[in-house]
Design a protein around this ligand. Structure first.
Ligand code: GLN
Ligand code: ZN
Length: 788
């Protein structure tokens, strides 16, 4: 009798102790597979080369591996529902039965076929239900893309996919303590769009009333499965939300039926800002905040958090690959613990979806660099160590802390990071670096005389088809199968062909074709100092697509010219001007993992200076037209409007530092491959490029409105050839587009070019389209000279 009672007391003690303990957990884990297993399984399935069973099995294995990694690292929960066969927003749509009519879904379970059709327009090769896919767009300010939910005026919601519940059961059956993860109702609606076809004007927020009961149902079902904590992601709370959405958020969480289930409301990618009070007071059991992007919000949150709530502090960076600074994190976490005791949990700032898997796979990186990095697997351990320090005191993890401190110190003073020459030069940059000698109007006259271009000059955006031969040559060279001289000769052969083709087609400003570039950022990164490259550092971009961003480790310098030889060679083959081709500083920054030990702005300025030297060398080598691509200029915009100006100021400045070293005679082009300019048109104009080429063909020139309304002063090449499509646009189509453009922009300032680079197309397509483009230009020139 006594014995049983003692046991019982022990048990209660244990429960209480457990409640006093800080837990470590993750908001989500990568899903593509450490060796991109999911990519391969998906692509085989889509091609009809493997079965659905095989695909499902790959998914199951990956989940198991990911859960084991989380548990073995010492986390208290594993996340479920973060796995996806394509995209987690699409998963949410499937779960809620939000399937646009064109996919022919008739209710019931949303199976993989419907699911992939929504993602890709078709499920597998030879699909008869083929239609256009759901729109894809960037997930907040990451390079991950989600599928935009489409809502009908009479949209209904109904539990329509069991995968989440199956996966929770799967985890529990395998003995894991599982915390399901689900996109919250507010963010889900926010990320979607209304289908207003047929003049149905409505606001998707009105759908919340219909949506909430289904969320209630999901939560109750999770409860029945034995779940204690559910994570609802509401990243929309770090955005500028209209008042109606804020109020809706409050009432939604007041109405959500949880049946006693604990909700952890997760916010990430920035500060809660004006939504802080709202987030802190929502009637849920816990709140997660991003303490990497916005550590300053911690103290306010601590002041205002109701006493019953737990606070999950995202102290480990989920967006970057640097090793955590334990000292800094513990300062934050211990401050939280002082107020909240065991109610502090430890996590990464956001899901680990945005970082590669495992540093251990990187056998080519040297030990010094490796000691500064942490990928997903390492970040799990970091969270566990931090939680250990909170629970057992710093002494319990003294060895880890000492080792971490040592690595941080080494990084802070390492010569591979700090190049005094680069820093000193940055100090010399003044306003003069970002100013051309004369105004555009004067430059334009000089350039007209120097370049002798016809009205409506024709050009392309840079790359030509990347043929199998090109890829093989690059691969052979890298692998050491061919020597440098052989490789050079192959590239020169490509350049010769590209030039002669362009001359035959009759283009006015030629390009060398970019055969030597595998990727527009990687190419420059490999030639600049301060960059490092991983072998397996893949991050999901969308569906089965991954990118492997370079790592900007230290001060950026340019040891030698990077493009001069190729460009000069191309120019030696023709009398027409050849356009030098560079990737702009903002794009290099945006598409890399960047240093976290100095502001992004500083890193960007260093890249700009390196490019400035390249521009000067190109000019000195006789290149009279130089294009600096900035396709990522817009995506660098901060999530909050209040921070836009600061970003735009330095981003514009960096472009100008890179481009302004040249004489009036040298023509600077830039290129951006998207169509939204309305809200940043002033910054675009401030770049003061002589010519900007942009994507317009798909929007049928609509976006040119922005350039007209603002009275954009310089030259513009609105794309007339949609390079995403294998279709050859007819001469008449291009004439129609250009006539439209000429009503918005004076014809003297118009160029004719494709929407973007041509590397993904094949030569027959490109040849036909460019011939039509040149014919269109000739016809238009005739009609304009008659009119004049
Ligand atoms: N010059 C590059 C190309 O033609 C531009 C690519 C891009 O805009 N993304 O491939
Ligand atoms: Zn482009």
């Amino acid at each position: 009798m006594l014995g049983r009672r003692a046991n019982c007391v022990n048990f209660i003690d244990e429960l209480q102790r457990d409640a006093m303990m800080s837990k470590a957990h993750m908001l989500g884990y990568p899903r593509i597979g450490a060796r991109r297993e999911l990519k391969r399984a998906l692509e085989a399935y889509w091609k009809g080369e493997s079965s659905e069973t095989a695909l499902l099995e790959t998914g199951r294995q990956l989940r198991l591996t990911h859960w084991r990694a989380q548990r073995d690292a010492g986390l208290d929960f594993v996340a479920a529902g973060d796995f996806s066969f394509y995209d987690h927003v699409l998963d949410t749509s499937a779960l809620l039965g939000v399937v646009p009519k064109r996919f022919g879904w008739r209710g019931g379970e949303v199976g993989l076929e419907t699911y992939f059709r929504m993602a890709r327009g078709r499920a597998v090769a030879g699909d008869h239900g083929e239609t256009y896919a759901c729109e894809m767009t960037k997930w907040f300010d990451t390079n991950y893309h989600y599928l935009v939910p489409e809502f009908e005026f009479d949209q209904t919601f109904k539990l329509s996919c069991n995968r989440l519940f199956d996966e929770v059961q799967e985890a529990r059956a395998a003995g894991f303590n599982v915390k399901p993860v689900l996109l919250g109702p507010l963010s889900y609606l926010w990320l979607g769009k209304e289908n207003r076809a047929g003049g149905r004007n409505f606001d998707r927020l009105e759908l919340l009333d219909r949506l909430l009961p289904v969320y209630g149902e999901i939560l109750l079902r999770l409860k029945t499965l034995g779940v204690e904590w559910v994570q609802l992601d509401e990243p929309a709370l770090v955005l500028d939300l209209p008042q109606a959405w804020k109020s809706a958020c409050e009432s939604a969480y007041n109405r959500l039926q949880t049946g006693g289930l604990n909700i952890l409301l997760a916010t990430y990618f920035g500060a809660l800002g004006d939504n802080l009070n709202l987030a802190v007071h929502l009637p849920v059991a816990g709140l997660h905040i991003d303490a990497v992007r916005a550590p300053e919000q911690l103290s306010t949150v601590l002041d205002r958090l109701p006493p019953y709530k737990i606070l999950s502090v995202g102290a480990v960076d989920g967006r970057n690959i640097w090793r955590n600074d334990f000292e800094r994190s513990l300062t934050l976490l211990e401050a939280a613990k002082a107020k909240l005791g065991g109610r502090v949990w430890v996590s990464a700032s956001c899901s680990l979806l945005h970082v590669p898997y495992d540093l251990e796979a990187e056998t080519q990186l040297d030990p010094e660099l490796k000691s500064w990095l942490a990928l997903a697997q390492q970040k799990l351990s970091e969270a566990a160590v931090l939680a250990g320090a909170l629970n057992q005191g710093r002494e319990a993890v003294a060895a880890e802390l000492a080792e971490n401190r040592h690595a941080q110190e080494a990084r802070r003073s390492s010569a591979r990071i700090h190049r005094p020459g680069v820093k000193a030069r940055l100090e010399t940059v003044d306003a003069g670096f970002a100013r051309r000698h004369s105004e555009y109007a004067q430059r334009a006259a000089t350039q007209r005389r120097a370049l002798q271009l016809p009205l409506l000059p024709t050009t392309t955006i840079g790359s030509f088809p990347q043929t199998q031969e090109i890829r093989v040559a690059r691969r052979d060279y890298r692998a050491g199968r061919i020597d440098e001289q052989t490789y050079r000769e192959r590239m020169r052969e490509e350049i010769r062909q590209a030039i002669s083709r362009q001359e035959a087609i009759g283009l006015d400003v030629l390009v060398h074709g970019e055969a030597e570039r595998n990727d527009m950022v990687e190419y420059f990164g490999e030639l600049l100092e301060g960059f490092a490259f991983t072998q397996h550092g893949w991050v999901q971009s969308y569906g089965s697509r991954c990118v492997k961003p370079p790592v900007i480790v230290g001060d950026v310098g340019r040891p030698a010219p990077m493009t001069v030889e190729w460009t000069q060679y191309a120019q030696s083959l023709t009398d027409k001007p050849v356009k030098g081709m560079l990737t702009g500083p903002v794009t290099v920054l945006q598409w890399s993992f960047v240093r976290d030990d100095q502001p992004r702005e500083t890193t960007c300025r260093q890249i700009a200076l390196a490019l400035r030297d390249e521009v000067a060398d190109l000019e000195a080598a006789g290149i009279r037209v130089i294009q600096i691509d900035e396709p990522a200029f817009r995506e660098g915009l901060p999530l909050r409007h209040s921070e836009w100006n600061a970003y735009l100021r330095w981003a514009v400045d960096c472009f100008k530092i890179a481009s302004c070293a040249v004489s009036d005679e040298t023509q600077i082009h830039t290129h951006m491959c998207y169509a939204e300019f309305n809200d940043i048109i002033e910054a675009i104009a401030a770049l003061d490029a002589d010519v900007i080429t942009i994507e317009t063909s798909r929007s049928r020139m609509e976006l040119l409105e922005a350039f007209r309304a603002f009275k954009y002063p310089n030259e513009i090449g609105p794309g007339v050839y949609d390079i995403h499509s294998p279709r050859t646009p007819a001469v008449s189509e291009m004439i129609t587009l250009l006539s439209k453009a000429s009503r918005l922009i004076p014809v003297e300032r118009l160029w004719i070019n494709p929407d973007c680079g041509l590397k993904t197309r094949n030569w027959p397509e490109v040849q036909a389209a460019l011939e039509n483009m040149v014919t269109a230009a000739k016809n238009l020139r005739k009609s304009f000279s008659h009119a004049a």
